[in-house]
Write a protein that binds this ligand. Structure first.
Ligand SMILES: Nc1c(N[C@@H]2O[C@H](COP(=O)(O)O)[C@@H](O)[C@H]2O)[nH]c(=O)[nH]c1=O
Length: 156
Protein backbone atom coordinates (compact mmCIF):
# COMPACT_ATOMS: atom_id res chain seq x y z
CA UNK A 1 0.00 0.00 0.00
CA UNK A 2 1.01 3.64 -0.23
CA UNK A 3 1.42 5.69 2.95
CA UNK A 4 0.23 9.29 2.62
CA UNK A 5 1.38 11.88 5.16
CA UNK A 6 1.20 15.65 5.45
CA UNK A 7 0.21 17.45 8.64
CA UNK A 8 2.05 16.69 11.88
CA UNK A 9 -1.17 15.73 13.71
CA UNK A 10 -2.26 13.27 11.00
CA UNK A 11 -1.07 9.64 10.78
CA UNK A 12 2.68 9.42 10.07
CA UNK A 13 2.96 13.11 10.97
CA UNK A 14 6.55 12.49 12.09
CA UNK A 15 7.45 12.30 8.37
CA UNK A 16 6.48 15.95 7.95
CA UNK A 17 9.36 18.44 8.00
CA UNK A 18 7.21 20.41 10.43
CA UNK A 19 7.45 17.68 13.10
CA UNK A 20 9.11 18.73 16.38
CA UNK A 21 12.29 16.70 15.92
CA UNK A 22 15.36 18.92 16.16
CA UNK A 23 18.63 18.36 14.34
CA UNK A 24 22.24 19.46 14.82
CA UNK A 25 23.89 20.34 11.51
CA UNK A 26 27.38 21.88 11.21
CA UNK A 27 27.36 22.78 14.90
CA UNK A 28 23.98 24.54 14.87
CA UNK A 29 20.77 23.15 16.42
CA UNK A 30 17.61 23.57 14.35
CA UNK A 31 14.20 22.97 16.01
CA UNK A 32 12.78 21.28 12.90
CA UNK A 33 13.94 20.23 9.44
CA UNK A 34 11.70 23.01 8.11
CA UNK A 35 13.65 25.69 10.00
CA UNK A 36 16.89 24.38 8.51
CA UNK A 37 15.53 23.96 4.98
CA UNK A 38 13.98 27.43 4.82
CA UNK A 39 17.13 29.07 6.21
CA UNK A 40 19.38 27.38 3.67
CA UNK A 41 17.53 29.21 0.88
CA UNK A 42 19.38 32.38 1.82
CA UNK A 43 22.96 31.21 2.37
CA UNK A 44 25.34 33.63 0.57
CA UNK A 45 22.39 35.66 -0.73
CA UNK A 46 21.94 39.38 -0.13
CA UNK A 47 19.12 38.41 2.29
CA UNK A 48 21.29 36.10 4.42
CA UNK A 49 20.43 38.42 7.30
CA UNK A 50 17.11 36.54 7.57
CA UNK A 51 18.82 33.24 8.42
CA UNK A 52 19.02 33.85 12.20
CA UNK A 53 15.44 35.14 12.14
CA UNK A 54 14.24 31.90 10.54
CA UNK A 55 16.39 29.95 13.00
CA UNK A 56 14.63 31.70 15.89
CA UNK A 57 11.10 31.28 14.49
CA UNK A 58 8.73 29.97 17.15
CA UNK A 59 7.08 27.44 14.82
CA UNK A 60 7.88 25.68 11.52
CA UNK A 61 4.88 27.47 10.00
CA UNK A 62 6.52 30.80 10.87
CA UNK A 63 9.86 29.58 9.52
CA UNK A 64 8.16 28.54 6.26
CA UNK A 65 6.35 31.88 5.99
CA UNK A 66 9.64 33.76 6.47
CA UNK A 67 11.36 31.57 3.89
CA UNK A 68 8.58 32.02 1.35
CA UNK A 69 8.58 35.82 1.33
CA UNK A 70 8.69 36.46 -2.43
CA UNK A 71 10.59 39.74 -2.06
CA UNK A 72 13.71 38.00 -0.75
CA UNK A 73 16.59 36.79 -2.91
CA UNK A 74 17.19 33.03 -2.83
CA UNK A 75 20.74 31.71 -3.17
CA UNK A 76 21.51 31.48 -6.88
CA UNK A 77 22.05 27.71 -6.82
CA UNK A 78 18.93 26.91 -4.77
CA UNK A 79 17.26 24.70 -7.36
CA UNK A 80 20.51 22.77 -7.77
CA UNK A 81 21.18 22.18 -4.06
CA UNK A 82 17.76 22.02 -2.37
CA UNK A 83 17.22 18.28 -2.85
CA UNK A 84 20.61 17.40 -1.37
CA UNK A 85 20.10 19.88 1.46
CA UNK A 86 16.74 18.30 2.23
CA UNK A 87 18.20 14.79 2.19
CA UNK A 88 20.99 15.75 4.60
CA UNK A 89 18.46 17.20 7.06
CA UNK A 90 15.98 14.31 6.79
CA UNK A 91 18.75 11.72 7.22
CA UNK A 92 20.02 13.57 10.32
CA UNK A 93 16.48 13.73 11.73
CA UNK A 94 15.96 9.97 11.56
CA UNK A 95 19.49 9.16 12.72
CA UNK A 96 18.92 11.42 15.74
CA UNK A 97 15.47 10.28 16.90
CA UNK A 98 15.17 6.51 17.54
CA UNK A 99 11.38 6.58 18.03
CA UNK A 100 10.55 7.99 14.61
CA UNK A 101 13.36 5.95 13.04
CA UNK A 102 11.44 2.86 14.13
CA UNK A 103 8.26 4.27 12.56
CA UNK A 104 10.12 4.81 9.28
CA UNK A 105 11.77 1.36 9.30
CA UNK A 106 8.43 -0.33 10.06
CA UNK A 107 6.96 1.02 6.81
CA UNK A 108 8.71 -1.86 5.04
CA UNK A 109 8.91 -1.12 1.32
CA UNK A 110 5.71 0.90 1.23
CA UNK A 111 5.69 3.95 -1.01
CA UNK A 112 5.72 7.15 1.06
CA UNK A 113 3.96 10.22 -0.36
CA UNK A 114 3.76 13.75 1.01
CA UNK A 115 0.08 14.41 0.43
CA UNK A 116 0.49 18.13 -0.15
CA UNK A 117 -2.43 19.69 -2.02
CA UNK A 118 -0.23 22.55 -3.21
CA UNK A 119 3.31 21.24 -3.53
CA UNK A 120 3.96 19.04 -6.56
CA UNK A 121 7.73 19.17 -6.10
CA UNK A 122 8.13 17.88 -2.52
CA UNK A 123 4.64 16.34 -2.47
CA UNK A 124 2.15 14.79 -4.88
CA UNK A 125 0.17 17.98 -5.44
CA UNK A 126 -3.57 18.29 -5.95
CA UNK A 127 -3.65 15.81 -8.84
CA UNK A 128 -1.60 13.25 -6.86
CA UNK A 129 0.86 13.01 -9.79
CA UNK A 130 3.52 15.37 -8.42
CA UNK A 131 7.23 14.54 -8.11
CA UNK A 132 6.99 13.68 -4.39
CA UNK A 133 10.65 14.44 -3.69
CA UNK A 134 10.08 14.40 0.07
CA UNK A 135 8.55 10.93 -0.13
CA UNK A 136 11.46 9.82 -2.30
CA UNK A 137 13.92 11.33 0.15
CA UNK A 138 12.28 9.48 3.04
CA UNK A 139 12.40 6.16 1.14
CA UNK A 140 16.07 6.78 0.28
CA UNK A 141 16.88 7.58 3.92
CA UNK A 142 14.97 4.47 5.03
CA UNK A 143 17.17 2.36 2.75
CA UNK A 144 20.37 4.05 3.91
CA UNK A 145 19.54 3.47 7.58
CA UNK A 146 18.80 -0.19 6.87
CA UNK A 147 22.17 -0.50 5.17
CA UNK A 148 23.89 1.16 8.13
CA UNK A 149 22.11 -1.18 10.57
CA UNK A 150 23.13 -4.24 8.56
CA UNK A 151 26.78 -3.16 8.76
CA UNK A 152 26.43 -2.67 12.54
CA UNK A 153 25.14 -6.24 12.88
CA UNK A 154 28.13 -7.56 10.92
CA UNK A 155 30.71 -5.73 13.04
CA UNK A 156 29.12 -6.16 16.47
N1 LIG B 1 4.39 19.80 5.45
C1 LIG B 1 3.99 21.09 5.13
C2 LIG B 1 4.53 21.76 4.03
N2 LIG B 1 5.41 21.12 3.21
C3 LIG B 1 6.82 21.44 3.33
O1 LIG B 1 7.14 22.75 2.88
C4 LIG B 1 8.52 22.74 2.42
C5 LIG B 1 8.56 23.30 1.04
O2 LIG B 1 8.52 24.66 1.22
P1 LIG B 1 8.85 25.64 -0.02
O3 LIG B 1 10.11 25.14 -0.67
O4 LIG B 1 9.02 26.98 0.64
O5 LIG B 1 7.63 25.54 -0.90
C6 LIG B 1 8.97 21.30 2.45
O6 LIG B 1 9.65 21.07 3.67
C7 LIG B 1 7.68 20.56 2.44
O7 LIG B 1 7.81 19.27 3.02
N3 LIG B 1 4.18 23.04 3.76
C8 LIG B 1 3.26 23.67 4.56
O8 LIG B 1 2.97 24.84 4.32
N4 LIG B 1 2.68 23.03 5.62
C9 LIG B 1 3.04 21.76 5.94
O9 LIG B 1 2.52 21.22 6.92
Amino acid sequence: MTIYFYKVWQPYGCFSNFSPHGIHIQGTYWPTVEHYYQAQKFVASRDAVIIPIIHAAATPEEAAALGRCSDRQLRRDWDLVKTQIMREAVLKKFLTHADIREVLLRTGDEILVENSPTDSFWGCGANKAGQNHLGKTLMSVREEIRNLLSLTVIYE
